[in-house]
Design a protein around this ligand. Structure first.
Ligand code: ADP
Length: 207
């Protein structure tokens, strides 16, 4: 992807979709091809797993530190799962955007809606599987969840679909290469928007 308008602020890309739709796979492929795109690093109170690196996998925090971050409004959104807290620190996202990097937040629908209330200029993208059958078979083949958890994930997916019209774009993850191309096309089109091009217009057109 051509690195357009490097001088301007980066894009905030919020990516949601059912577990197993391929969010992680698509974002990883995009980042490998495009050094200007980075993943947001979340904060969590859960213990680091083997091989996880502070500041790369997560920012690991104590419960007290996390609560202080909430109180000081340092998180774009946060949620508690299985008695651990997870959230998106504003500071890292802001720093990357200021440096002109495009930042991906891979978060669930509830988190995305919270971010949207603070960052209406973000780009909200929903990743869909080609069908529910294919979603089920991808989660099953991934082999990381029990049958019970898979059924739970499919029910959550149906609930999340009810919010799909609050997003700006959907990407159907049928062939991976096509889904990555769609995501690149969205980024390119968004960078070409008049609203985001005022600086370059001033410079070139002298107005
Ligand atoms: P998510 O991050 O949305 O939970 P993953 O990226 O973990 O989903 O993908 C779920 C599974 O589906 C993984 O095993 C992944 O390799 C596979 N997968 C992702 N995209 C495709 C695709 N386009 N075609 C076939 N399998 C895919």
């Amino acid at each position: 992807m051509r690195e357009l308008r490097m001088k301007s602020k980066g894009l905030l890309l919020v990516v949601s979709g059912p577990s197993g739709a391929g969010k992680g796979t698509i974002c990883k492929a995009l980042i490998e091809k495009n050094p200007n795109v980075v993943l947001s690093v979340s904060a969590t109170t859960r213990a680091p797993r083997n091989g996880e690196i502070e500041g790369v996998s997560y920012y690991f925090k104590s419960e007290q530190q996390f609560k202080e971050m909430i109180a000081n409004d340092e998180l774009l959104e946060w949620a508690a799962f299985c008695s651990n807290y997870y959230g998106t620190p504003k500071k890292y996202v802001e720093k990357m955007l200021q440096e002109g990097k495009d930042v991906i937040l891979e978060i669930d629908v509830q988190g995305a809606l919270k971010v949207r209330s603070k960052y209406p200029e973000g780009i909200y993208i929903f990743i869909l599987p080609p069908s529910m059958e294919e979603l089920k078979s991808r989660i099953t083949n991934r082999g990381t969840e029990s049958q019970e958890v898979i059924n739970e994930r499919l029910n959550t997916a149906r609930l999340e679909f009810t919010h799909i019209n609050k997003y700006n774009y959907i990407i159907i993850n049928d062939r991976l290469e096509d889904a990555v191309k769609d995501l690149e096309a969205i980024i390119i089109a968004e960078k070409c928007r008049i609203e985001r091009s005022q600086e370059i217009i001033k410079e070139v057109c002298n107005i």
